[in-house]
Design a protein around this ligand. Sequence first.
Ligand code: AMP
Length: 413
Amino acid sequence: MRKLKTIRGMPDIFGNTLQKISFVEEVCRKTFHAHNFQEFRTPLLEDKDIFTRSVGETSDIVQKQMYEFQDKKGATLCLRPEGTVGLARALLTNGLDDSEIKKLFYIGPMFRYERPQKGRKRQFNQAGIELIADESYHADLEVIQVGVRILKDLNVKFKLEINYVGDVQTLSVYREHLRDFLLKNKTKIAEEFYQRLQRNPLRGLDSKDENIKAIFSKTKKLSDFLDSNQEQKFKSVINGLEALGIEYTINQDLVRGLDYYTGTVFEFITDKLGTQNALIGGGRYDTLLMDLGGKKLPAVGFALGVDRLAELVNPSHNDKFLFIGSLTSESKEYGQKIGSILRELRPDVVIENYLGEANVSKQLKKASSLGFKFVMIIGQEELKSKSFKVKDLNNSNADFLIEENNLAEIFND
Ligand code: AMP
């Protein structure tokens, strides 16, 4: 039989890693709700065409990262590589593309055929928000505030980098400028790189290749192509960040890899994860809904890399409350009854009914290694007296007795 294996870049997730991922997702969900964003779920599969039209024909995602296939009727579908386009499509197909302001969020897996490495997988989880139908800079600030709140709540140090990419027109003029500039520097660039950059010249700006970096440092910046109206909009965002006390750095080379961005773009980065240093990426995409065939509806949002963030967090385990051990089959059954009464009183704490066979000292060790606060072990005597000794595993002087008819006392401080 062939050896069983997981698909490259798509590891199974369990144990400590899963605990951290769930913790990040919980904090995201809580913060999204606190800012009154509503959940929206779209399918994992979409028509490939919607990504080609919006993310951009020359983007890395469309060029090489899509998991695409033909279904039984020959339609070209793909596993979603990101969440924004599917959500924009859903607003159009559900008739939700009116001018009412909408605040939506999603959490779920995305798929990209990238070279797997630390911080980069082929199936990974993103939590994202989209603020639709608000063109004001306040919407940009609201979205950035949510990102700041999440990272602070997770106790993760970050740097916010921000830039302003103008509109479709500005970007197209800037691309042409870069293409001319590339042509003048053709001899200094390897042919394969050169062709790729001619197709998508913006990629040269955030290239990690030292030669490309050096060449691009000598050309004009995107900011030289902004008109006064665009400069003013960017200024409002920057002033807003200062008023909110949010630290930022302007990174003039930040353009993001997807074509649909217009206006403000930003990334929250860390210096703790090596080259894959982006934790959250986002910005404004005022023409995406129109590109998909709808009307022009301004929008701004971000996507947060759940798996990457999970590598930086330390969830506390203090919710493991009581380990109920037992010494006979009869006491095990009785222990399950006690467990269910206690869970009804406090559904928020973790109570383990130990089902294995082991002597008292092994059960105590087990409770301690699993991180429980209290342990009670039920044997013949406890079964008769209906009174139990509760051991505090962090403080041996704090043991106490409780009885079946006043079990709630275990929750007293
Ligand atoms: P993007 O949609 O490319 O702007 O990505 C937004 C965030 O998702 C990034 O800042 C990363 O934290 C995360 N991310 C993107 N691609 C991957 C990947 N292949 N594996 C893990 N996380 C990723």
